[in-house]
Design a protein around this ligand. Structure first.
Ligand code: ADP
Ligand code: MG
Length: 389
């Protein structure tokens, strides 16, 4: 990556490199923007932002994955509108960094990522957080503020009404641990996963066009559910506040049927996160696996954000030897599944699922081991900066 930087920008004087990981969410899907619980793991797949001062007053952004450079006037960042282009992610972040009082310095920035784009492993948050660290250039910002500014940028500049999970885990990820995040209090708890299991993500290699609009629809449907539930329970400010599935069923009849199904997913999913964490602490592997499958079915039938490719991967994972459970992960309509299995079963699982998927869809799925890694930071040793290509 350093050599590419030198070739592109001529000099590596003053170069600093920042890394922010992608993530896989083990359970708690579409709960973050309802202020509920999620349980992601930061991955060893990550986005790297290399930055050094630019002498000519410009801000340049180059993505190795896009093979493209764009140039901006530092003084004009506040006046920019979204360009519906990948640079919206770092530019939105630059504007938020500046708004917090950290002036954006002219810089040449090179982006390189090992997180697959649009696959539900959160390449967007990895890009935002690594860019934010590059813009800050070592200036101190509290980790929670860093996560929040990146979320604000995706919501307000990119225009996706996302929750806090992706940016939070990219900042707070920890080796050997999943992180249970309370998306209301913004506290978290490290969750050590039991011995004898590992997690693997399988990429459908598709992202259906519906994904973006359906995400916004679900956010709106959840808001409609809250408004209706408030007629009975005025203290419910978000679906997180529904105390139990029983409480929800007592008012479900007030909601239009589709809205009721959306809300039922969110309420039951929050409970599944709690039960998954409790089962994990007790080493109840079978129960954990069943909760993953229940999460998938709820996303498939009640929340309706799955697709044929994801359902196929889940259905074909479950009978494979050593598999405890499997579900779609991320927003849905493509992207990845996450599967919990015995470590010794990974190779045979990968071969078997790839074979069935290829036969059915004529596409080879990419498969990633989910090794829990640390959160965003500056990379100081050249060994950990990836080679390109
Ligand atoms: P996910 O976060 O699940 O990967 P999103 O649709 O939220 O999917 O974000 C993907 C978008 O993020 C891409 O379309 C692109 O605009 C941007 N992006 C992510 N990684 C890169 C990269 N390495 N170079 C340029 N743009 C990137
Ligand atoms: Mg994203």
């Amino acid at each position: 990556m350093i050599e590419t930087y030198r070739r592109l920008y001529g000099s590596v004087d003053g170069l600093r490199v920042f890394r922010a990981p992608g993530r896989v969410n083990l359970i708690g899907e579409h709960t973050d923007y309802n202020f509920g619980f999620v349980l992601p793991v930061a991955l060893d797949l990550a986005t790297f932002a290399a930055t050094a001062p630019a002498a000519d007053g410009k801000l340049r952004l180059h993505s190795i994955e896009r093979q493209e450079t764009r140039e901006f006037d530092v003084a004009g960042l506040a006046e920019l509108s979204p360009a519906h282009h990948w640079t919206d992610y770092p530019i939105g972040v630059a504007r938020e960094v500046a708004r917090l009082g950290f002036a954006i310095q002219p810089a040449n920035i090179l982006i390189h990522s090992t997180v697959p784009e649009g696959s539900g492993l959160s390449s967007s948050a990895a890009l935002e957080v690594s860019s934010a660290l590059a813009f800050l250039g070592g200036r101190e910002l509290a980790p929670l503020e860093l996560a929040k500014l990146c979320q604000r940028s995706e919501r307000e500049f990119v225009g996706i009404p996302c929750g806090i999970m992706d940016q939070y885990i990219s900042v707070f990820g920890r080796e050997h641990s999943a992180v249970k995040i309370d998306c209301r209090s913004l506290d978290h708890q490290l969750v050590e996963l039991p011995d004898g299991v590992t997690f693997v993500a399988v990429n459908t290699m598709v992202k259906h066009a519906l994904a973006g609009s359906a995400y916004k629809d679900r956010v709106a449907e959840c808001a409609a559910a809250v408004t209706a539930i408030q007629q009975e329970f005025p203290s419910v400010k978000s679906l997180r506040d529904v105390a139990s599935q029983d409480q929800f069923e007592s008012v479900a009849g007030l909601l239009p049927p589709v809205v009721a199904r959306r809300a039922r997913h969110v309420v039951s999913e929050n409970e599944r996160v709690e039960r998954f964490v409790a089962s994990s602490a007790r080493g109840e592997l079978e129960t954990m696996g069943k909760l993953l499958v229940a999460s998938h079915r709820s996303l498939q039938y009640d929340y309706e954000v799955s697709c044929a490719e994801l359902d196929f991967l889940v259905d074909h994972a479950l009978p494979i030897d050593g598999v405890y459970g499997s579900r779609m992960t991320g927003g849905g309509f493509g992207g990845c599944t996450v599967t919990m299995l015995r470590p010794g079963a990974v190779e045979a699982f990968a071969a078997s699922i790839a074979r069935s998927y290829e036969r059915r869809f004529q596409v080879t799925p990419r498969i990633y081991r989910c090794n829990p890694s640390g959160g965003a930071r500056e990379v100081t040793s050249s060994e950990t900066i990836p080679a390109v290509g």
